[in-house]
Design a protein around this ligand. Structure first.
Ligand code: CMC
Length: 428
């Protein structure tokens, strides 16, 4: 028997049977609930979408209570152990792990598209020396739209595939150029012999040596961080990607918007905010006083809490393990002790325990990035590079979903009623 929900409207005494599918009701089914025939009908009020599914998706599954994260059914722990970022990106985009032949071809195609048009250098020259790399990243990704007008052909699967390859291949180059611009060093061309992460390190850190050799531990650590950040279902930036994409612009324009959504300190900017917070705390001894201030409502413990995870973020667990491997190579980040003490105190404190606030992906990632040599303001960019795969997969799923239309929420109007215009001279 089909599941239904019976709703009794106390205002009219009428009863309604609303179908239940996948544990949800369709918001549009509520519109039949009216006090009189001229009524608009019942809507739901859900600021920040805390209880509204806006799509059906096959990409990423999260169980926030149990701390579970799967991409296309594969547990994040297994991917972090055995896969690499490019293969994971393929999985997220196309639904299956690539065969050996598909994987090689995919890596080859990405490698062939890593170079940037020379004019993008001129664009970057326009930024001040102290421009935030994320601002440069957002603008440059948006500018790519003007370089590839063919990207407007969004209902052509071949064109979508080409833009996908271009985007995944070029975001590390853009990020590296933004970094090199900010420190006044010449741009480094991609090295096709290196892995995705290894080439990124090359474009960032190569100096005068004829060939840059990434440290294998740091290269693998960065690649695993990329795997962990590749998708996270319907978060703020993915919602922006789908929302902007729903009016059918090219994917570069939509992705620039998604990256802008990621930039904020409550989302992908949190890793940067964590590092600034740990630096401000300064020493383990200052941790209790800092926690007290947070509990008193003075700011947040950055890198803690999550809309969906109400237990330890599975990504944070993996990152903590990678941190140990990285610190063996680079030496321990002195801020680690402050972070560990913060975590210890917070996990025992009723304020955090009762609100189910645990470390999230951003709590330890910044310590690794800093140890590898990235400046703090590069951190959100390091989140945007791998999330590009997730954004494109979600955009593609939205475009090919017959249920989707242009995104257009409703509102409850609470402004003034109709009133007549008053000339300026008569206004009080
Ligand atoms: N520090 C102190 N209190 C917090 C924190 C925190 N980090 N996070 C939530 N709370 C409190 C909040 O004040 C509220 O308390 P009360 O019920 O007394 O008003 C309660 O916990 C519930 O918080 P909320 O703001 O309703 O939760 P939310 O789901 O809207 O926010 C969040 C989720 C991630 C924005 C929030 O936890 C936060 O601001 N965390 C710090 C920023 C951060 O680390 N962001 C990265 C998120 S993970 C990576 C990503 O996806 O981008």
């Amino acid at each position: 028997m089909a599941e239904t929900l019976t709703i009794t409207d106390n205002r009219t005494g009428k009863q309604y049977e609303v179908p239940v599918t996948d544990g949800t009701i369709r918001a549009m089914d509520l519109r039949q609930i009216k006090v009189n025939p001229d009524d608009f009908g019942m809507m739901t009020y859900d600021p920040a979408f805390t209880n509204t599914a806006a799509c059906r998706s096959k990409i990423t599954f999260i169980d926030g209570d149990q701390g579970i994260l799967w991409y296309r059914g594969y547990p994040i722990e297994q991917l972090a152990e055995h896969s690499d970022y490019l293969e994971t990106a393929y999985l997220i985009l196309y639904g299956e792990l690539p065969t050996a032949r598909q994987g090689d071809e995919w890596a080859r195609e990405i490698t062939l598209h890593t170079m940037l048009h020379e004019n993008l250098k001129t664009l970057l020259e326009g930024f001040r020396y102290d421009a935030h790399p994320m601002g440069m990243f957002i603008s440059t990704v948006g500018a790519l739209s003007t370089f590839y007008p063919d990207a407007k052909d969004i209902f052509n699967a071949e064109s979508r595939r080409l833009q996908t390859i271009r985007l995944i291949a070029k975001v590390p180059s853009i990020a590296a150029y933004a970094y090199r611009h900010s420190i006044g060093r010449p741009y480094v061309l991609p090295d096709n012999e290196l892995s995705f992460a290894g080439n990124f390190l090359n474009m960032l850190f190569k100096m005068t040596e004829p060939r840059y050799k990434p440290h294998p531990v740091l290269e693998r650590a960065l690649d695993v961080l990329f795997i962990l950040h590749a998708d996270h279902e319907q978060n703020c930036s993915t919602h922006a990607m789908r929302g902007i994409g729903s009016s059918h612009p090219d994917p570069y324009s939509a992705l620039a918007g998604a990256a802008a959504a990621l930039y904020g300190p409550l989302h992908g900017g949190a890793n940067e905010a964590v590092l600034r917070m740990l630096t401000e705390i300064g020493s383990r001894d200052n941790v209790p006083a800092f926690v007290k201030r947070v509990k008193g409502g003075e700011g947040r413990l950055m890198g803690f809490g999550h809309r969906v995870y109400k237990s330890y973020d599975p990504r944070a667990k993996i990152i903590k393990r990678i941190a140990d491997l990285v610190f063996e190579v680079t030496g321990k980040n002195p801020l680690l002790d402050i972070a560990l003490e913060l975590e210890r105190i917070a996990l025992e404190d009723d304020y955090f325990v009762s609100r189910k606030l645990y470390p999230n992906v951003d709590f330890y990632s910044g310590l690794i990035y800093q140890a590898i040599g990235f400046p703090v303001d590069m951190f959100p960019v390091l989140f945007a590079i791998p999330r590009t795969a997730g954004w494109i997969a979600q955009w593609e799923e939205m475009l090919t979903d017959p249920d989707q239309k242009i995104a257009r929420p409703r509102q409850i109007y609470i402004g003034p009623g109709k009133r007549d215009y008053i000339g300026r001279e008569k206004r009080k």
